[in-house]
Ligand binder design. Sequence first.
Ligand code: PSU
Ligand code: MN
Length: 318
Amino acid sequence: MTVGVGGVEDAHCENAMIEPWLTVSPEVRASLVAGRPVVALESTLVAHGLPWPTNLEVAREAEADVRAAGAVPATVAVWHGAPTVGLTDAQVAELAQAKGVLKASRRDLGAAVGLKRLAATTVSATMALAHAAGVRVFATGGIGGAHREEEMFDISADLTELSRTPVLVVCAGAKSILDLPRTLEILETLGVPVLGYRTDEFPAFYVAAAKLPVPARVESPAEAAAAFAAHVRMGGGGAVLARPCPDAAAIPAAEFHEWLCEAEQDAQEARVSGPRVTPFLLKRLAELSGGRTLAANRALVVANATLAGEVAVELAGA
Ligand code: PSU
Ligand code: MN
């Protein structure tokens, strides 16, 4: 089912970019049809990545910051079977407290829709739905990637989706719980540009810099938009715009590593695997750090939302 308001439905007929099977909120649809900037936001970090009530606060702050930058926010989820771009505030609030929400990556979307599930979308699934709506910019906390070799084989579907779906993912790099050198190598193999936002080092989520060089650096939203637009024009898929966690909230690498070792041990003892790994580690790290990783996560998500709004404005003006 699609939602239309006033003359927007007619305009939609000419707009081949919005897929008919997608539910798009009236405000988001109107913006897309008019060529105005829209930023997608994901829902896994709300349903699985952050605890109540921080999750709802962060979701609302991210939306407000996208608006402050001059773009329209579109939080993405599968709403009882309806793939949706642009949840209402009531839906976001419900999702933040709902129990038994599916964590849907790209592979899970068909089952979530076909079986009418309530599902939060990860980076890969959010990219797919954002692209189906014609949304080109998406803000999140950190992308998934390759887990460490000592752990069970686990490479996030976020990486393959980035290789094929032309959406710019604004994030604080990849999660610090991952093997970052391997993650960057895989991104190179897949042809995914990684743009460092005013940094030469790949950001590592809570940790501001991973001492790994980024292949390209941009100094402004306009430069980020230009690099992404050129990549897509030449047949490229997605790209990563990596902005370091704001200094005041960032965590020193040494301190973080102590907590991470302990959290990983706990995960192994609890025999956690598959999609449960990331939420388990994030929760355990928040406990072990006395809430510092949570504060960092919050700061980086809202900073990314602002930057994504600014880049979307540039792309819309181009
Ligand atoms: N950013 C956050 N918190 C999160 C995530 C991103 O600040 O919880 C989510 C994203 O949805 C990302 C997922 O796609 O974590 C990675 O999960 P996995 O490692 O299972 O692919
Ligand atoms: Mn995984």
